[in-house]
Design a binder for this molecule. Structure first.
Ligand SMILES: Cc1cc2nc3c(=O)[nH]c(=O)nc-3n(C[C@H](O)[C@H](O)[C@H](O)COP(=O)(O)OP(=O)(O)OC[C@H]3O[C@@H](n4cnc5c(N)ncnc54)[C@H](O)[C@@H]3O)c2cc1C
Length: 294
C-alpha cells in the first residue's frame, strides 16, 4: 500500500497544523460515538489524527482497527500511539511492522502509564523501560517512520525536577524522535517557558501544544492533577459560575481554548493538538477558528 506522508513533511510546510486525538472505544456504543464524531469533523479536514493506545497495552487490536477505519474510510493521515506496556521488544517490532506494511509512516512512541492499580512502571520481561528505548528500537528497524514523542511543559509527574525531565527529553530527541506533542496545559506561559528551556538544551524538535477544551470544572479538577497540569484561577472561577449548566460550561471551555490557540499560534507554535475525548462540538468550533472551514 502507498506510504503515508510524514508529519515532519507537514510541519515543514510552516502552516498551523490541526491534529485531533481519538481514543479506541471499549464497546460498540463507544465505536458508534467515535464514528459520529469523525463524521462531524470530516468537513474540517484535520491535518492528521492520532489514536491512543490503552493503559496496560489493552487496546492493541482496537487501536489498530480504528486507525485503519480513520485512515481508509475518512482518508485522514493517521498516527497510532504505541506504548512499551505489556509487550516484548519483538512484539513491538511486529506491531510497528504491521503498520509499516500497511503504509503508515507516523507513530506516537510512548512509555505508557503503569496498569490500573500499579503506581510504578515495571517493564515487561524482554520489554522496554523508557520511551527513548522504544524510539531507538523503531528508528533502528524502520528508519523512515516519523516518530512523535510526549513532552511535559509542567514536568512529568514522576520526574524529580524539570531539569531532570529535560535531560530525559534530550535523550528521547537524540534517540530519533521527529517531533514532540505536549501534555495538556491551560496556561500558555508553561508552554512558552518550556519551549525556551528545550531550545536552551539543544532540543530543536517542533513542539506541538496539546490542548483539552474543558467541559466542566469537575473534569479539569480530575484531569489536571492526573496529568500534572495546573489549573489557572481565572479558568476555575469562570467554570464555577456555570457549574450547574453543562452547555454554558462547555462554552467557557471552548472560549478558553480558543484564546489559548490564538496566542500560541501568534507566538509561533506549529499548530495545535486537540484532546477531544471522542466528542466533536468543541473541536468543530476550534477547527473553524484555525481556518479549517467546512
Ligand atoms: C501526547 C501524549 C500522548 C499520550 N498517549 C498515550 C497513550 O496513547 N497511551 C498511554 O498509555 N499513555 C499515553 N500518554 C501518557 C504517557 O504514556 C505517560 O505520561 C507516561 O507516564 C510517560 O510516557 P512518556 O512516553 O512520556 O515516557 P518517558 O519519556 O519514558 O518518561 C517517563 C518518565 O521517565 C523519565 N525518564 C525518561 N527517560 C529516562 C531515562 N533515560 N532515565 C531515567 N528516567 C527517564 C522521565 O523523566 C519521566 O518521568 C500520552 C502522553 C502524551 C504527552
Amino acid at each position: 500500500m502507498k506510504a503515508d506522508r510524514t508529519i515532519t513533511e507537514l510541519l515543514a510546510e510552516k502552516r498551523p497544523l490541526l491534529s485531533i486525538e481519538f481514543f479506541p472505544p471499549k464497546n460498540e456504543e463507544g465505536g458508534e460515538q467515535l464514528l459520529r464524531t469523525a463524521e462531524a469533523l470530516r468537513p474540517y479536514k484535520p491535518d492528521f489524527v492520532s489514536i491512543t493506545y490503552g493503559a496496560g497495552g489493552t487496546t492493541r487490536e482496537r487501536t489498530f482497527k480504528y486507525a485503519k477505519i480513520l485512515r481508509q474510510d475518512f482518508g485522514w493521515l493517521v498516527m497510532p500511539h504505541l506504548t512499551c506496556v505489556g509487550s516484548t521488544k519483538a512484539e513491538l517490532v511486529d506491531i510497528v511492522g504491521a503498520y509499516h506494511a500497511d503504509g503508515i509512516r507516523n507513530i506516537m512512541a510512548l512509555r505508557g502509564d503503569p496498569p490500573k492499580g500499579a503506581n510504578e512502571f515495571v517493564p515487561c520481561p524482554d520489554g522496554l523501560r523508557y520511551a527513548s528505548d522504544l524510539i531507538a528500537l523503531i528508528r533502528g528497524n524502520f528508519p523512515d517512520m516519523c516518530l512523535g514523542a510526549g513532552a511535559y511543559p509542567e514536568k512529568h509527574p514522576e520526574a524529580a525536577s524539570m531539569e531532570e525531565d529535560l535531560d530525559h527529553l534530550k535523550i528521547k530527541a537524540d534517540a530519533g524522535a521527529s517531533f514532540l506533542t505536549t501534555q495538556l496545559f491551560f496556561d500558555n506561559e508553561h508552554y512558552f517557558q518550556f519551549v525556551d528551556a528545550c531550545r536552551a538544551r539543544g532540543i530543536d524538535l517542533p513542539i506541538l501544544p496539546g490542548l483539552l477544551p474543558p467541559l466542566s470544572l469537575a473534569q479539569i479538577q480530575r484531569f489536571g492533577p492526573m496529568c500534572g497540569c495546573s489549573l489557572p484561577d481565572a479558568l476555575v472561577e469562570q467554570l464555577q459560575v456555570v457549574d450547574d449548566n453543562p452547555r454554558a460550561a462547555e462554552a467557557v471551555g471552548v472560549t478558553w481554548a480558543y484564546h489559548q490557540i490564538r496566542e500560541l499560534l501568534r507566538h509561533g507554535a506549529p499548530g495545535v493538538h486537540l484532546y477531544i475525548l471522542n466528542r466533536s462540538a468543541s473541536a468543530i468550533t476550534l477547527a473553524r477558528s484555525l481556518g479549517h472551514a467546512a
